[in-house]
Design a protein around this ligand. Structure first.
Ligand SMILES: [Zn+2]
Length: 216
């Protein structure tokens, strides 16, 4: 697995890079937890009910060291909205969103098609540039003030992926190339050369390529 040499820079603006990185990584997490049917060489059944999905999301967030969702994390949404976190119904909606985002990863030639669906998602969830004050400092977000947590997440994740795909960096939305693994990742290597979700899939793919060579 290639080592990440330096954080990838879109704009040279650390605030925007950190926005894109944060939401692109959340999109990866939700897709992997809610919308893949194969992982590390095994078929898997994604969680099916709202409760299962909610538990899977919270476990995924905890494993990634991200705090569980609360209103304080959604930026401008904290003003005048009543959502106090994620519910089972919200988890169901996030599963739909994750399934819609999945085609953007490893899309290759199908990226324009996937981008059209992304545009629909951005419109549906009210993605809009917003500036809000946080601790007396202005911050940038891409969801409406008062948005629900699900709409806010969809708008911010979708915007981050649009910022990646729309500046010729769509190849950084990667899908594991190992057999029977459809996990996705955000490729931050210098030359966007990452091919596998992790080292175990890379080793598995190498071993099977070696066996194939031996046979011929
Ligand atoms: Zn993999």
């Amino acid at each position: 697995m290639p080592v990440t040499i330096e954080p990838w820079r879109i704009t040279g603006q650390p605030e925007i890079d950190s926005y894109v990185g944060r939401w692109a990584e959340l999109a990866v997490l939700l897709v992997n937890v809610l919308a893949v049917d194969a992982s590390h060489g095994r078929r898997v059944t994604p969680p099916q009910t709202g409760e299962e999905r909610l538990a899977a999301i919270l476990a995924g967030l905890a494993a990634a060291g991200r705090p569980a969702p609360g209103p304080a994390q959604t930026g401008p949404a904290q003003t005048g909205h009543t959502d106090t976190g994620l519910t089972a119904a919200g988890a169901d909606r996030l599963a739909e969103i994750a399934a819609e985002l999945r085609p953007l990863y490893g899309a290759g030639d199908r990226l324009p098609e996937a981008a059209e669906r992304l545009n629909d998602l951005l419109a549906r969830h009210g993605a809009v540039p917003t500036v809000y004050a946080d601790d007396g400092k202005l911050k940038l977000a891409f969801h409406r003030s008062g948005a629900t947590l699900v709409d806010a997440w969809a708008a911010d994740m979708g915007t981050a992926l649009a910022m990646v795909a729309g500046v010729g960096q769509g190849a950084r939305l990667g899908a594991c190339e190992a057999a029977t693994c459809s996990l996705v990742f955000f490729d931050t290597t210098r030359n966007a050369s990452r091919r596998f979700c992790d080292l175990s899939c890379q080793n598995r793919a190498k071993a099977s390529a070696y066996r194939a060579r031996r046979r011929t």
